[in-house]
Design a protein around this ligand. Structure first.
Ligand SMILES: O=C(O)CCC(=O)C(=O)O
Ligand SMILES: [Fe+2]
Length: 207
């Protein structure tokens, strides 16, 4: 009998854990948690997301014009199956790890595809729904080329506190506390970058 084969066959798939998550506390009750190389099967997750997510070009009405938002998007709503088991497992792990602090599970998964360095997202907080008035969390898993998540206080007089977190292949970055309403974040354009996909897990009624 080939014992090696048997071992591989019955080994459960690698699973992300709460280990290795480090917190940086920001002003006004905001914080950011980071864990490097956190997501198992990141190569496979990236390939699956590129090929299987029904990507949509986002259009947004600004004043009298409809403009293209430079990235592709798709949001898995509550009850929709995620396209890769590592993402389903990641959401469960995050829900368990943060339950005491968040008081509820992560429910939706917003996906963003930054095709190259020209794709980006402008300064904003995720303030549609409850994030505008209550503490909440947005947990981001990144796959593909690294991009930087820039953060700055909403208060223009405190902009010297601004900083950036690199989001590399398989990395986890969680924004928590008051981060969505007292701080803003952005993924600016860069002169050169390969494709990157971001999966943002959010609780009910946070967008
Ligand atoms: O690309 C990211 O990881 C951040 C995306 C983001 O901030 C958003 O979609 O609200
Ligand atoms: Fe955001």
């Amino acid at each position: 009998m080939d014992v090696g084969f048997q071992t591989t066959l019955f080994e459960p798939p690698a699973r992300a854990t709460g280990a290795g998550i480090e917190r940086r506390r920001l002003t006004e009750g905001a914080w950011v948690d980071v864990a490097r190389g956190w997501l198992p099967d990141a190569d496979d997750v990236f390939a699956t997301l590129v090929g299987h997510v029904p990507w949509r070009a986002e259009r947004r009405t600004m004043y009298d014009r409809v403009v293209d938002v430079p990235r592709l998007v798709y949001t898995y709503m509550i009850g929709e199956e995620l396209p890769h088991p590592a993402l389903t497992a990641a959401r469960e792990t995050l829900s368990e790890h943060y339950l005491a602090e968040l008081g509820e599970p992560f429910r939706t998964a917003g996906c963003c595809y930054y095709r190259d360095g020209r794709d980006s997202v402008a300064w904003h907080g995720d303030t549609i729904g409850r994030g505008s008035t209550h503490d909440t969390m947005v947990a981001i898993v990144s796959v593909g080329d690294p991009r930087k998540l820039h953060l700055r206080p909403r208060d223009p007089d405190r902009r010297e506190e601004s900083f950036a977190v690199e989001m590399g292949h398989g990395d986890l970055v969680v924004m928590g506390g008051s981060c969505q309403r007292t701080w803003e974040h952005a993924v600016p354009k860069v002169s050169a970058a390969g494709p990157r996909i971001s999966v943002q897990f959010r609780p009910f009624n946070v967008f």
